[in-house]
Ligand binder design. Structure first.
Ligand SMILES: [Zn+2]
Length: 263
């Protein structure tokens, strides 16, 4: 893994917060030197913050901290990291952490250009520096991500993936899981995976299935039970996209409690 980082002057520091959503833990990325920039401080764990502080001190301090999104496993350590590194500037999308400068799609921050990649969170950014992309939870090193069911989230997510696919990238540095040395193949895999779920969902709907439970059982039969809430969210995001595309049959996505929120 380390040899993929040779020539990129990037360090990966993995937090000790493994779990079904974080895989082996959250990745914090330290990029460049004199000063270094940090992507995602990670969770508020003392040992993790200490490791990040050590790395940035070796690299001549922090020029800025970029947040892919404001979930706790990525942004929890922000306050403590700032406090211990001389209060450097922070940049995030509109919904980012308090005290962060708003970064819009296409804007620069230190060595990075921000790419809007909504889906997992409505205000999610990926950061491109040279031929490396720091993908947060838009693309993981392994497995897939759940998509929050905000209106338009799934189609926006697919657009974001296709934009990243069009860039000449040599390396993806994900928020969880291993480095991705073949970005084109991984992005194709992610796009194909979503379209494959959509295909299977359309097939289940064509067979007359309508309730969330039936659709989940039919389309996400491979998902472990612990991920059921996440697959439910992703199902709703897929249903929203089908509605947007005018392909959603009447009554789809109803649960026992009545109409569920899919918008
Ligand atoms: Zn995460």
């Amino acid at each position: 893994v380390a040899e993929d980082l040779v020539g990129h002057d990037v360090a990966m520091i993995r937090a000790d917060n493994p779990g079904p959503f974080t895989l082996s833990g959250t990745n914090t990325w330290v990029v460049g030197r004199d000063p270094a920039f940090v992507v995602d401080p990670g969770p508020a764990l003392a040992g993790h913050v200490a490791a990040v502080v050590d790395e940035v001190e070796r690299r001549g301090g922090v020029g800025g901290i970029a947040l892919t999104h404001d979930h706790d496993d990525h942004a929890g350590a922000l306050r403590e990291l700032r406090r211990r590194t001389g209060d450097p500037p922070v940049a995030a999308a509109a919904g980012g952490a308090a005290g962060a400068a708003r970064l819009a799609d296409g804007q620069a921050f230190g060595p990075f250009t921000a790419y809007a990649t909504p889906g997992h969170a409505p205000d999610h950014l990926a950061f491109v520096a040279g031929d490396a992309c720091f993908t947060g939870d838009a693309v993981l090193g392994q497995g897939s991500v759940f998509i929050a069911p905000d209106t338009g989230a799934m189609s926006a997510y697919l657009r974001g993936l296709r934009r990243l696919r069009s860039l000449p990238l040599a390396l993806l540095c994900p928020g969880h899981g291993p480095l991705v040395p073949d970005p084109a193949a991984k992005l194709d895999e992610y796009i194909t995976h979503r379209l494959d779920r959509e295909c299977r969902l359309l097939d289940a709907l064509a067979r007359g299935l309508r309730s969330e439970a039936d659709l989940l059982d039919a389309v996400w039969d491979d998902a472990p039970a612990v991920l059921r809430p996440a697959t439910t969210a992703t199902l709703r995001a897929h249903l929203d996209k089908l509605r947007e595309d005018g392909r959603l049959p009447r009554g789809a996505g109803e649960s026992a409690g009545g109409r569920t929120r899919t918008a």
